[in-house]
Write a protein that binds this ligand. Structure first.
Ligand code: SF4
Length: 137
């Protein structure tokens, strides 16, 4: 069983209140092989919500509101779930400030990318859970 970003399964949970469905991920869920989670919703953020980007180890909205705490809370809740269910692998949405793996937006809100992991991807990796981007599928 693996964790997958809920927006990849067609759930309208992203900051715009939209989904980013990926057939391969939806098939995994349908076949009982994957569990959808959205760390930003689990952290208590609303949907829709302002776009957020990571700068250093903090997360900000475009209006400079620091939203690091709910991002971390959501990631920790997902980690708890992964650990209590024994999940060893996750497929997460590329470039998200929570789910991005290897590459994220640089915090300038100008569509520029930088190397790094989103808050959830970094936490899962730190605890030995393999993280893939949906673009690796
Ligand atoms: S936090 Fe992750 S699961 Fe939730 S909308 Fe963003 S990319 Fe998708």
């Amino acid at each position: 069983m693996i964790l997958v970003s809920a927006c990849l399964c067609g759930i309208k949970c992203n900051w715009k209140g939209e989904a980013s469905p990926q057939e391969a991920v939806i098939e995994l869920v349908k076949n009982g092989k994957a569990l959808p989670i959205c760390p930003e919703q689990l952290g208590g953020l609303p949907t829709p919500r302002p776009p957020c980007e990571q700068r250093g180890d903090q997360i900000f909205t475009r209006k400079e509101e620091n939203v690091t705490v709910p991002f971390q809370r959501g990631a920790e809740e997902v980690l708890k779930l992964a650990q209590c269910c024994g999940f060893k692998k996750a497929i997460l949405k590329a470039r998200s400030p929570s789910c991005g793996c290897g590459e994220i937006y640089d915090g300038s809100f100008s569509e520029k990318l930088t190397s790094g992991d989103g808050v959830l991807a970094a936490l899962l990796k730190k605890h030995g859970i393999e993280v893939l981007s949906d673009e690796d599928l």
